[in-house]
Design a protein around this ligand. Structure first.
Ligand code: UDP
Length: 331
């Protein structure tokens, strides 16, 4: 395929931070680096990662982020109308040079919907969330469904679970189809020397049984459940908590540290913060756990651990339940 036949896509994403949605977009945008561009609503490490991958990127706003997050209300979102309209104008101006606007998150859908009208380009929404009241306020749910039904040309669901929740919340079933995230298996094959060097750097002995948890620190990701379970495990079990609080949930990080101290587990829980060497860390673990307390839309971590050859324990809910069922059917 030559460049003139590739659709020119303007990818919109709200975050400058590296969450699962951003890592998935990073993989996708690599295939569009010659003709596409990512427009971010905020600056941060995600912009740097896109630049390293030589993907054209524009930061649309230098100010405070607009907050139409999971728990905010439609009214709070409206109060930020000024900032929102500026983003819409900039996205629409950029959008003139592209064939399609693509919204990677709910905030990007809000901006993308209005921008797509202004620049008269079709909008595709990549739905990476389970649209239910466990994850969103009622008004944000209504907003997501309204914008998807009336402004998006098509909605891509990242799992069957996200597709079903969309339809249950009132989304039009003919508008949505499932496309799973893709992974490059070779990115997850690490040499054994690297893995043993990493274990010793982390102060882990050969008799330690290492349990990893890879996720931003957030109450619904359930790190507290793993810490509680650790107090029932043999003394050579060590937990690695990989990830940091990303979206204003720093209090939870502090609570986890208090919990560890209270249970006397200080020497058996290591807080590693955000890491960019996830495949090596996963390979250095004996087990990866996934402890989300609400259904996970996709659960990249579970696929990644399997690609590293490390066993995973996860709840059979949400996205992972879908592939578990498919794997069982495939034998
Ligand atoms: N991750 C990372 N560094 C960390 C912690 C997590 O790169 O320190 C990555 C992890 O490997 C996974 C993503 O963040 O690819 C989290 O995606 P997931 O779908 O599991 O959860 P989300 O963040 O989308 O809720």
């Amino acid at each position: 395929m030559n460049d003139s036949t590739i659709m020119r896509i303007l990818f919109l994403d709200q975050s400058g931070k590296m969450g699962g949605a951003e890592l998935s977009l990073l993989d996708l945008a690599k295939d569009h680096r010659k003709t596409g561009r990512v427009a971010l609503f905020q600056d941060g490490p995600f912009r740097k990662a896109l630049e390293v991958a030589q993907i054209p990127v524009t930061v649309l706003s230098q100010g405070a982020p607009i907050d139409v997050g999971r728990d905010s209300t439609g009214w709070e979102a409206l109060q930020q109308t000024g900032a929102l309209l500026k983003l819409v104008k900039r996205a629409a101006a950029l959008g003139q040079d592209y064939d399609v606007l693509y919204a990677n998150t709910l905030k990007a859908l809000v901006v993308g919907a209005l921008a797509s009208v202004l620049c008269r380009k079709p909008l595709v929404y990549h739905l990476r969330d389970i649209l239910s009241q466990e994850h969103f306020s009622r008004s944000n749910l209504r907003l997501a469904i309204f914008l998807s039904n009336h402004f998006a040309r098509h909605v891509i669901a990242n799992s069957e679970a996200t597709r079903q929740a969309f339809i249950q919340a009132g989304g039009r079933s003919h508008k949505i189809s499932v496309i799973y995230n893709g992974f490059q298996p070779e990115d997850y094959q690490r040499p054994p020397e690297e893995i043993s060097a990493l274990r010793s750097q982390l102060g882990l002995s050969s008799t330690d049984y290492v349990v990893g948890h890879f996720s931003r620190l957030s109450p619904w990701k359930g790190q507290h459940i793993l810490i509680e379970s650790l107090s029932y495990c043999p003394k050579n079990t060590v937990v690695l908590l990989v990830g940091e609080a990303l979206f204003g949930e720093e209090d939870y990080g502090a609570q986890l540290r208090q919990q560890v101290e209270k249970l006397g587990l200080g020497d058996r829980v290591k807080f590693l913060g955000f890491r960019s060497d996830v495949p090596s860390l996963m390979a250095a673990c004996d087990l990866v756990t996934h402890t989300s307390t609400a259904p996970e839309p996709f659960g990249r971590v579970i696929i990644e651990a399997m690609l590293c050859g490390t066993p995973v324990i996860a709840a059979a809910a949400g996205g992972q339940r879908n592939w578990w069922n498919r794997a069982r059917r495939a034998g």
